[in-house]
Ligand binder design. Structure first.
Ligand SMILES: Cc1cc2nc3c(=O)[nH]c(=O)nc-3n(C[C@H](O)[C@H](O)[C@H](O)COP(=O)(O)O)c2cc1C
Length: 167
């Protein structure tokens, strides 16, 4: 297992655009006995209401969505390139159909309120503090709607980063 140390969110010295948009993140919700994870590449990280926060966007059709709705916490995890195939699997298969834990080979570990992964290099545990559906009538750039041919608009969750660990 990697050796993790707790860091302050303010000390994350990597581009959020690269971390999320290029490296991708695993969003996990639930507890060690009953959780689900999915890959995500849309979201953000920043500072809001005097708190370090992450923004995630999850379509209600995802199995992970039910876990996010039920639980107060979620985690986001970032991995080295060698885990790209595990992220691909978690982003193309649903936990409704396969056992992602077994098939990805990723080893879950308990975080204070949710689930981290032993192989991740940077992980954040987040407490949900705000959530709302993306509303198409509010798109100022109407072309954004092209991302939603099925009209399955994302739900946005803002999570306060309560723990951040790095290996
Ligand atoms: C690179 C990549 C990025 C993705 N980003 C998102 C995202 O930001 N939001 C989302 O709802 N789905 C996203 N997905 C799709 C989900 O990961 C995918 O539907 C997954 O199978 C859902 O798993 P689940 O049903 O077990 O929750 C992405 C998939 C990939 C491969």
């Amino acid at each position: 297992m990697r050796d993790f140390k707790e860091i302050k969110p303010v000390d994350i010295n990597e581009s959020a655009v690269k971390l999320i948009g290029s490296d991708w993140m695993l969003i996990t919700s639930g507890d060690i006995e009953n959780f689900n994870m999915m890959t995500a590449a849309w979201g953000g990280m920043g500072f809001l209401w005097k708190k370090p926060v992450v923004f995630i966007y999850v379509r209600p059709t995802r199995h992970t969505y039910g876990f996010l709705e039920k639980n107060d916490y979620f985690t986001i995890s970032f991995f080295d390139e060698i885990y790209r195939s595990a992220l691909n699997l978690c982003g193309t298969k649903s936990g409704r159909d396969i056992n992602k834990k077994l098939e990805s080979g990723l080893i879950p570990m308990t975080s204070e309120h949710s689930v981290f992964f032993e192989e991740a290099r940077l992980q954040m545990e987040c407490r949900k503090i705000y959530a709302d559906m993306v509303k198409p009538e509010l798109f100022l750039d109407k072309s954004i709607d092209r991302n939603y041919p099925l009209k399955d608009y994302h739900k946005m969750y803002i999570g306060e980063i309560v723990h951040c660990i790095k290996s």
